[in-house]
Design a protein around this ligand. Structure first.
Ligand code: SF4
Ligand code: SF4
Length: 360
C-alpha cells in the first residue's frame, strides 16, 4: 500500500512540486500514462483563502511535477461544480485556477461536454475514457451531509451537473449517499492517484460555509480509501463518520496505521448537522429521526441567483412573487445542496428544538 502523509505549513511551490515529483515518479499508474486528467475540487466561485477549493499552488505543483517527469504528457483539468457548472468560467477565475491553466497551456475540460454514459449503475462523464490516469486533487473539508469530503468524495465531480442532483434525490440518507458516491471511486480506482490538500482545510459548516483551518497536512496514495481512512483517524474521528468510508469498511481487511504513527493528531470542528453521530446509541435510536436541521433563506443577503433553486433535488424551493426563493420545509430532505451552493451566505441552518436540546 502506498500511503504518504507529510506536514506542509504553507503553499510553497518548490517543496510541493518535489512532493508530487517524488510520489508520481514512483507510481506505476502514472508512469505508463500519456493523457492525464487533474481533478481538483472546484465546488464554487470562491477565492483560495476561503479553503473551499483546491489551492491553485497545489494544482500548479502537480502540473510542474508532471511536466518534469514527462514533458510530452497531455494534461487536462476539469470538475463539475454543483449547480454552478453553468458559471464554470467564473468558478475558474475566482479560484485562481484559470491563471494556472493559462500559464501552462493546460486543456480545460467541461465535464458536461463529454457525453455522460452509464458504467454499470453509475453515470459518469465519458472524459474518463479519454484519459489514462486521473490525478485526484482533493481538498480536506468537513461536510454537512457526508461528515468529511476527502479523496473518494472528490470524484463525485466527474458526475455531470444535473445527474449529481439525482443522486441526492435517489439517496436522501447520508449513509446511502456516501456508499453510492464511494462506488464511483471503486469503479475508477485502477486509474486514479489521490492527493489531499489539507495545508489549510475547511472546518465547521463545510463544504462551503465553514471556516479555514491550518492543518498543515498533505496526503498521497494510489489507494484513496487508505488515504481517507488515514485522514479520518488523524482527525480523531471514527471511520464511519466519513460516510464514503462506510462502503469500504468490510472490504478492507487491514488498515496499517504505521504510515500515520508519526503524524500528530489534529482537531477539526464538525458541522452541526453531523453531531447527532456522537450521541449515545440508545439516545440516537430514540431521537435521531425526530431532530431536524433545516435550511432557511436570509432574504437580506440573497442576490436572487437561484443556484439554490436549481440545485434542490426534490423541488422544495419555490420562487415567490417578490422573486426571493422560499423553502417548503415539509418537502425538504435535508440534503443541504442549497446551503452548499449559495455563494452569498443567504442560507442558514436552523436547528429544531429537539436538536438544540440533545445535540451539543
Ligand atoms: S439564497 Fe443564495 S443561492 Fe439562493 S437565490 Fe439567494 S443568493 Fe442565490
Ligand atoms: S431545500 Fe435545500 S436542503 Fe432541502 S431538499 Fe432542497 S436543496 Fe436539499
Amino acid at each position: 500500500m502506498s500511503l504518504i502523509l507529510k506536514e506542509f505549513y504553507d503553499y510553497d511551490l518548490e517543496s510541493l512540486t518535489r512532493f508530487f515529483f517524488d510520489t508520481l515518479s514512483s507510481s506505476g499508474k502514472f508512469i505508463n500514462s500519456k493523457k492525464i486528467l487533474l481533478k481538483p475540487n472546484l465546488l464554487q466561485a470562491s477565492p483560495p483563502d476561503r479553503a473551499i477549493t483546491t489551492h491553485p499552488v497545489f494544482v500548479e505543483a502537480a502540473i510542474l511535477a508532471i511536466k518534469e517527469i514527462d514533458s510530452e504528457a497531455e494534461i487536462y483539468l476539469g470538475d463539475s461544480p454543483g449547480a454552478n457548472f453553468i458559471n464554470y468560467e467564473n468558478v475558474l477565475r475566482k479560484t485562481e485556477i484559470l491563471e494556472v491553466i493559462k500559464k501552462y497551456n493546460i486543456n480545460l475540460v467541461r465535464i458536461e461536454e463529454f457525453h455522460p454514459k452509464k458504467y454499470g449503475d453509475i453515470i459518469l462523464s465519458s472524459i474518463i475514457e479519454k484519459v489514462d490516469c486521473i490525478i485526484n486533487l482533493a481538498k480536506l473539508k468537513t461536510h454537512s451531509l457526508t461528515g468529511l469530503t476527502l479523496a473518494v468524495k472528490n470524484l463525485f465531480g466527474l458526475v455531470p451537473g444535473n445527474s449529481k442532483v439525482k443522486y441526492h434525490k435517489d439517496f436522501p440518507k447520508n449513509t446511502d449517499l456516501g456508499i453510492n458516491i464511494a462506488k464511483i471511486y471503486d469503479y475508477l480506482k485502477d486509474k486514479t492517484i489521490s492527493y489531499i490538500d489539507g495545508i489549510v482545510a475547511h472546518e465547521g459548516e463545510g463544504p462551503s460555509r465553514g471556516t479555514p483551518v491550518k492543518l498543515g497536512l498533505v496526503g498521497y496514495s494510489e489507494d484513496a480509501v487508505f488515504l481517507d481512512f488515514a485522514i479520518t483517524k488523524i482527525l480523531g474521528l471514527p471511520l464511519d463518520f466519513c460516510k464514503t468510508n462506510i462502503y469500504f469498511l468490510n472490504k478492507v481487511n487491514h488498515f496499517d496505521e504505521s504510515a500515520i504513527q508519526n503524524i500528530q493528531k489534529r482537531r477539526i470542528k464538525v458541522p452541526i448537522s453531523t453531531k447527532v453521530d456522537f450521541l449515545p446509541v440508545w439516545l440516537k435510536r430514540f431521537v435521531a429521526s425526530r431532530i431536524k436541521v433545516k435550511p432557511k433563506i436570509i432574504k437580506s443577503n440573497c442576490i436572487k441567483c437561484y443556484l439554490c433553486y436549481k440545485s434542490c433535488p426534490v423541488k422544495a424551493i419555490q420562487i415567490e412573487d417578490d422573486k426571493y426563493p422560499v423553502i417548503e420545509e415539509n418537502k425538504c430532505i435535508e440534503c443541504y445542496c442549497c446551503y452548499e451552493v449559495c455563494e452569498s451566505d443567504a442560507i442558514e441552518l436552523k436547528r429544531s428544538l429537539l436538536h438544540r436540546i440533545y445535540v451539543r
